[in-house]
Design a protein around this ligand. Structure first.
Ligand SMILES: [Zn+2]
Length: 283
């Protein structure tokens, strides 16, 4: 493992445009429950899962009613858990790599806002954020406190409307059946095209379309020219990206050889070690 940590640090230092992809694995270390694990939110409450599947359709059909229902009753436990959650050393390590100028962006599937809390600046929240609101027409995002939802409810003015285009406002978190917001999906693909190093942390990348990103990067080749010993001119195509996985277990990315190597363990332990090695190399 130590050897691979040193290798990852070297690869990062030598990279021109490194990006990170993160998923649930980095959040569960901040004690954020997942949805489908043994003690996941939906494993314990299948009715909540059923409602989640219907949410997008119900919102489109009757946004006023959707908002009234979601504002009535107690706030879901997991939203309160998310608000209290704090970043872990894995989040801070990625923020530090960005400050050092090595990591150019973080593409995350998580909706908990922990990368931003840890100080990462260039974060693409692929599945949105539980702490933001978004217009379903023009895609503008807003902080939650830009709308007084309780006042709108009392005055019978729900749903909240976009100040720019009067479209319906929803939570920024992407619902089942809802397309990935086009700005985020476009920028993420661009990052996957641009990077020469992809650090995959705490995700098996099996949920599409996010799962496309490492696969798109893997297919890229750069051409290098050279002469063989017999003087014949050659064009060689070599992989354009180094893909490093930091995951607890091997994943389809490991098995399909999409990643170059897997550093097995907790992101909260391994990422800080990589940062330490990067510092040693740069001294
Ligand atoms: Zn709008």
């Amino acid at each position: 493992m130590e050897e691979l940590v040193v290798r990852a640090a070297r690869d990062l230092v030598n990279s021109r445009y490194a990006i990170a992809l993160t998923g649930a694995g980095i959040s569960t270390e901040s004690r954020i429950p997942d949805f489908r694990g043994p003690s996941g939110i939906w494993t314990k409450d299948p009715e909540a899962e059923r409602r989640a599947y219907l949410a997008y359709q119900s919102l489109l059909e009757d946004p006023k009613r959707w908002w009234e229902e979601s504002l009535s009753g107690p706030r879901p436990r997991f939203i309160e858990d998310l608000e209290k959650a704090m970043p872990n050393p894995g989040h801070y390590a990625l923020a530090e790599l960005e400050t050092m100028g090595i990591l150019k962006s973080v593409l995350t599937q998580n909706v908990d806002g922990l990368h931003e809390k840890a100080g990462s600046k260039n974060v693409l929240e692929y599945h949105g954020s539980m702490f933001k609101l978004r217009c379903i027409s023009c895609g503008s995002r807003f902080a939650q406190d830009e709308f007084d939802l309780e006042k709108l409810r009392v005055k019978d003015k729900l749903p909240p409307r976009c100040p720019k285009c009067t479209g319906v406002i929803k939570s920024d978190g992407v619902f089942f059946g809802e397309p990935i917001p086009s700005d985020v999906s476009h920028l993420s693909l661009e990052e996957a095209w641009k990077c020469d190093l992809m650090l995959i942390c705490g995700t098996s990348a099996v949920v599409y379309p996010f799962a496309e990103l490492p696969r798109v990067a893997r297919q890229r080749r750069t051409e290098t020219e050279g002469k063989t010993e017999t003087g014949i001119y050659m064009v060689e195509k070599i992989p354009a990206v180094t893909i490093i996985e930091v995951n607890a277990e091997p994943t389809p990315l490991t098995e399909e050889r999409i990643s170059d190597y897997l550093i097995r363990g907790k992101t909260g332990e391994i990422l800080p070690k990589i940062v330490e090695e990067v510092k040693k190399i740069r001294q």
